[in-house]
Design a binder for this molecule. Structure first.
Ligand code: ACO
Length: 430
């Protein structure tokens, strides 16, 4: 079937025919790649109406609250798969069979340790560092150890980079935590699942070698990893693609993704949501903060509310909300004041006309912060955990970009509103 065409009429020009491309699902796109030749660019700060690439990995329908990874509903993946199965799916396009899964886990296990010399990178950071700053440095620093296997044109090297990153990120994340509290690093234990291993590296101590994470809490951790594994062309994934478009190595690209994730409008929202709950403090203060969130002259926002794409509800939040209840009940924390405050705030915001009109619903980070807090994880580690989980989405997108040539460097243009050319005035005459 022939593609539909859009006709663009520009002043003083013949009508320009633009191809309308349709994907499997979702909004069609108008292909404007040739528009520059006609003397015009499009203007779309924040990419409100721009599809920056073609992808087969993840699909989001924001109005209906649907999130699919390789065609599978996120709620089904959380219920029926574990994180490493989801990683395999995102990377390879299909769910693994039992042998493929066992081989994949074996490969991840083979790479779960980091080079001993990497420990000295940590020594250079103050103990009070935000662990995200350590992660930016340590993950970028990984490149230095693998010069011989970073040929981005070699599919085997690309796959190896993906395995290394998924395997090593939890180890580095737990090291960042242990470093901050002055405890010895705990080596990965490959007999444990991915989530159990992470919690073990976070909370085990050499003095207590029998420690093993609680199975329900490990399951909750695994769910947090799955829910954050990928999310289409979000700010950090787009950053990874942009860095990769210059043919930078994958480990450096992931360090770029970690930086983009850090901000409170993106992955930093889970930490910001908990900070906000602590700032609100008691239920009596909720009305005051809701009023501030609505005030256009006040920069305060309800953190953990709203999403660029989801305008009805965030399907990840629906899953996380249940996990949140399960974990708090399991730990006897349903009376925890911060949790009760969060539930009250959620209830008020969901019924307030401003939040209804602006289509602002709790997002996944509103609940994940509460779960992580219950797991005993400090706030400054929340975004680090998001980065661990999202690494697979970043690297799957990076690999997809490199596997589907031509690779074009990302190079947007601009609407220039500065001075036109003017004459230089010597300093004595200024
Ligand atoms: N609290 C109060 N008002 C809000 C909020 C909020 N959390 N979010 C948006 N609004 C209001 C804005 O003031 C604006 O109002 P106006 O139209 O009357 O001026 C309107 O809603 C639209 O806001 P935008 O910032 O234009 O919406 P956008 O789609 O660009 O932003 C974002 C989405 C960044 C997530 C925003 O909702 C936000 O800042 N939320 C809080 C931070 C957060 O939770 N981020 C996590 C996102 S999920 C993730 O990364 C996994």
């Amino acid at each position: 079937m022939a593609d539909d065409k859009a006709i663009l009429n520009l002043p003083g020009k013949e009508p320009i025919e633009l191809t309308i491309k349709k994907g499997t699902l979702g909004q069609p796109v108008i292909d404007i790649q040739q528009l520059g030749q006609h003397g015009y660019f499009t203007f779309d700060p924040g990419f409100m109406s721009t599809a920056a690439c073609e992808s087969k990995i993840t699909y989001i329908d924001g109005d209906k609250g649907i999130l699919l990874h390789r065609g599978y509903l996120i709620s089904e993946l959380v219920e029926k798969a574990d994180y490493l199965e989801v990683c395999y799916l995102l990377l390879n396009g299909e769910l693994p069979n039992a042998t493929q899964k066992a081989n994949f886990i074996a490969k991840i296990n083979q790479h779960s340790m980091v080079h001993e010399q990497l420990r000295s990178i940590f020594q250079g950071f103050p103990r009070s560092s935000h662990p995200m700053s350590i992660m930016c440095g340590a993950v970028g620093g990984l490149s230095a150890f693998y010069h011989d296997s970073l040929d981005i044109n070699n599919p085997d090297h690309r796959n190896l980079a993906a395995i290394r990153l998924i395997a090593k990120l939890p180890t580095l994340a737990a090291m960042a935590y242990k470093y901050s509290i002055g405890q010895p690093y705990i080596y990965p234990l490959n007999t444990l699942s991915y989530a159990e291993n992470f919690l073990n590296m976070m909370f085990a101590l050499p003095a207590n070698p029998d420690f093993r994470p609680d199975p329900l809490l490990s399951k909750a951790m695994d769910q947090i990893f799955i829910l954050h594994a990928d999310h289409e062309q979000n700010a950090s994934t787009s950053t990874v693609r942009t860095a990769g478009s210059s043919a930078a190595d994958p480990l450096a690209c992931i360090a770029a993704g970690i930086s983009a994730l850090w901000g409170p409008a993106h992955g930093g929202a889970n930490e910001a949501a908990l900070n906000m709950l602590e700032q609100i403090g008691t239920e009596d203060n909720i009305a005051k903060y809701i009023a501030r969130a609505k005030d256009k002259n006040d920069s305060f926002r309800l953190m953990g509310f709203g999403h660029r794409i989801y305008k009805n509800y965030d399907p990840r939040a629906a899953v996380m909300r249940k996990t949140c209840h399960d974990v708090l009940e399991h730990l006897n924390l349903l009376d925890d004041p911060i949790f009760k405050l969060a539930m009250k705030l959620e209830d008020i915001a969901l019924h307030d006309p401003y939040f209804i009109e602006h289509k602002l619903y709790p997002n996944v980070d509103f609940y994940s912060g509460i779960v992580l807090r219950a797991l005993g994880i400090p706030k400054n580690m929340y975004t680090v955990i998001f980065a661990v989980a999202r690494t697979v989405g970043w690297i799957a997108n990076w690999n997809e970009m490199l596997s589907t040539p031509p690779l074009r460097i990302t190079r947007p243009r601009q609407l220039y509103t500065g001075y036109a050319q003017r004459e230089f005035v010597p300093i004595k005459s200024r």
